[in-house]
Design a binder for this molecule. Structure first.
Ligand SMILES: [Zn+2]
Ligand SMILES: [Zn+2]
Length: 251
């Protein structure tokens, strides 16, 4: 980089400081995230579960628990990842969305595309219309958009809808989570889904019930297969409520 470029970058950094996509702290142009977050962030490394996408040490799923083929995620839902998801959800932070979306696209490449899986479309987990109108955007669809642009795949943003208000999943016990989300999604244009292999995107996997219910709805509408990608997955130590509810039940 030439002297002039460095000066330009310095000026841009001062006028529009770059921010950590996770916590929002000002960072230098050569940093992707701040030093504090880089100590906490945990990339998911092998061995991973080939169903839920969690590191094997925290997987409790069994064959047949889910109707989607697989979920993959780049990150564990650690404190800093949680902050980044929160920024994206409630502060409409586009750089957080880009950060997570690019990581998701990379993991889709290495775990799916490089293994021969081909997708016809990308879909984000939908929000109930009223919730969408209150917030003004749906972070899962924004992530799906980033992933679809990065992988040059079509985004279907209005085909899957959520037609009921539900209680926030994280406030419920494991059993209640499943009931809370049952039957709340609908495919409004099955002709766009029929025979298609779908890449379903969301921000966090906790119990996997939301991904599973969306997948079931898509499969019932005629989708050939559903694969999932989420920005983060919660592991047991990060989800005490689920741990308490599911301990010993083979969650
Ligand atoms: Zn940070
Ligand atoms: Zn698993």
């Amino acid at each position: 980089m030439g002297m002039l470029d460095r000066i330009k970058e310095k000026v841009a950094d001062t006028v529009y400081p770059r921010r950590c996509p996770l916590c929002g702290a000002v960072i230098n142009s050569n940093e992707r995230i701040c030093s504090r977050c880089s100590k906490d962030i945990e990339f998911i490394r092998r061995p991973i579960c080939r169903i839920c996408g969690r590191p094997l040490y925290s997987c409790h799923c069994r064959k047949g628990d889910y109707v989607f083929v697989r979920n993959v995620s780049p990150l564990v839902y650690t404190k800093s990842a949680k902050k980044g998801i929160h920024r994206m959800k409630f502060n409409n932070s586009p750089y957080s969305c880009t950060y997570f979306g690019k990581l998701m696209a990379n993991v889709v490449r290495s775990e799916y595309l490089d293994c021969g899986v081909r997708f016809d479309c990308v879909i984000g987990v939908p929000m109930f219309r009223e919730d969408f109108l209150t917030r003004g955007y749906n972070q899962a669809v924004l992530l799906a958009k980033t992933v679809s642009e990065d992988l040059e795949l079509p985004l279907l943003s209005k085909v899957l809808i959520k037609n009921q208000k539900t209680r926030p999943q994280h406030t419920l016990s494991f059993i209640d989570r499943r009931h809370n989300i049952e039957g709340v999604f609908r495919v409004v244009a099955p002709e766009l889904i029929r025979g298609k292999t779908v890449l379903l995107c969301d921000d966090v996997t906790t119990s996997g019930n939301t991904l599973n219910e969306c997948s079931l709805t898509l499969l019932e509408a005629g989708a050939r297969a559903v694969y999932c990608v989420t920005a983060t997955v919660a592991v047991m130590s990060e989800m005490p409520a689920i741990k308490a509810a599911a301990f010993g039940t083979g969650w």
